[in-house]
Design a protein around this ligand. Sequence first.
Ligand code: PBG
Length: 328
Amino acid sequence: MNLFQRPRRNRKSPAIRAMARETVLTPEDLVYPLFLHEGSEEEAITSMPGCMRWSLDGLVREAGEAHALGIPAVILFPAIANELKSPKAGECANPEGLVPRAIRALKAAHPSLVVITDVALDPYNSDGQDGLVQRNEVGLLEILNDETVEVLCRQALCHAEAGADMVGPSDMMDGRVAAIRAALDGASHQDVSILSYSVKYASAYYGPFRGALDSAPKDGDKKTYQMDPGNLREAVRELLLDEEEGADMVMVKPAGPYLDVIAALRNETTLPVAAYQVSGEYLMIKSAAAAGWLEEEAVVMESLTGIKRAGADIILSYFARDVAQRLG
Ligand code: PBG
């Protein structure tokens, strides 16, 4: 054949492939989500094989090791004891609570590590919803948006006081980014950033996570605040609102099934775009690998490279530490 164009020339050796590669994953792209609990021992999480509920000491050690591998940031998810959960979720703003203590311990041990917190009520709420709940006259569940935003502001302030670098509202209430920004600024925390879960879908992929924290909704679902999986224009609407309200970074969640949404956000904003490879995405790879059906390392690298190629500047993944180790 007389071909002038032979794309395979750019794939002919590892060195040339490296020169032609468009998307390269680095440890600096990653955020490591960590679960913690009140216990003094680590506890394996049944719904997420390979993940732990860390004790405070274990958390500080694990975060330090991940940071030494080049991971810039961790995000914290507390498993709160049942007796501390309540309909008003007051424990979420307790300055002596699990999360503030963890923030202080992490920042004292690893000052350069970025500590991000999740701002939402579900770990603290006996109803298992991200917002405060009320039953209307006919017994239907209602999420109280504006009352919830007030509590979220107290939670974010509590995390900022403890030294969090960034707060991540994951609750999907309307107006919470502006309210949290104002609350932080009003308390002289201008330098605390907001990583907004701007585009969070009502996803079945969160199942294993709710097992890790025992935080599944007691009743109903989260569809009046989390987004409908069929929607893309609405994702842009949520992005633009969060941008106006003062978000520093925006997030899409889950990641793998929503690559078009990541690409759309990357196009529409100058802010950094994060994507969260969630517990169900993690578990699909883990379980297929455990059955001997997929090659874990290769599939993990490919899934994260795909998320970055779609436009994510930052990727939250339970594989973060493994990947940083491999890249190091
Ligand atoms: C709660 C929250 C959830 C996740 C992160 N923050 C669960 C939910 O909204 O039900 C899910 C993360 C994962 O599945 O890995 N606000």
